[in-house]
Design a protein around this ligand. Structure first.
Ligand SMILES: [Zn+2]
Length: 143
């Protein structure tokens, strides 16, 4: 495990439909903070929602995305992340929206190493399930 990952900790994020286990970098304003490419794939920024023809639909943010720009004067950008499950289509029917969302998300549950549908979204940064990544979550959730 590299030093960058050691600072992260597992958190469960509820996107309105599914509980996702992900590694966050801490909390800000009560919301888990993720780095670029580390948030569950069902969480999108308002800009990303627009790019797939969805809108936030009045929901509150469920997490924050923090990343750095290359410009030296702009050290850090924080973007709110919204649930794609709670978003509404800009155009089209609910059925068309769901088919589009589900097709795009299904592929994100396949681990790049063991090729299994692991039932949760693997991190886009590694593409690996927790088992192949070698992360033991049991001690983190033990009572
Ligand atoms: Zn795996």
């Amino acid at each position: 495990m590299n030093p960058r990952k050691r600072r992260q900790r597992p958190v469960t994020v509820f996107d309105g439909r599914t509980h996702h286990v992900a590694l966050c970098r801490g909390f800000r304003d009560g919301l888990p903070v993720f780095g670029w490419g580390e948030a569950p794939s069902t969480l999108l920024t308002a800009t990303q929602l627009r790019q797939v023809g969805l809108r936030r639909n009045g929901q509150d943010p469920v997490a924050l995305l923090v990343f750095r720009h290359h410009h030296p004067y702009r050290h850090e950008t924080v973007a709110e992340l919204f649930s794609v499950e709670r978003a509404a289509p800009v155009r089209g029917t609910e059925g068309q929206r769901r088919a589009k969302v589900q097709g795009a998300l299904r592929a994100r549950r396949i681990c790049a190493e063991c090729r299994q549908d692991v039932g949760y979204y693997v991190p886009t940064s590694t593409g690996l399930c927790w088992n192949c990544e070698g992360i033991d979550l049991a001690e983190e959730v033990a009572a």
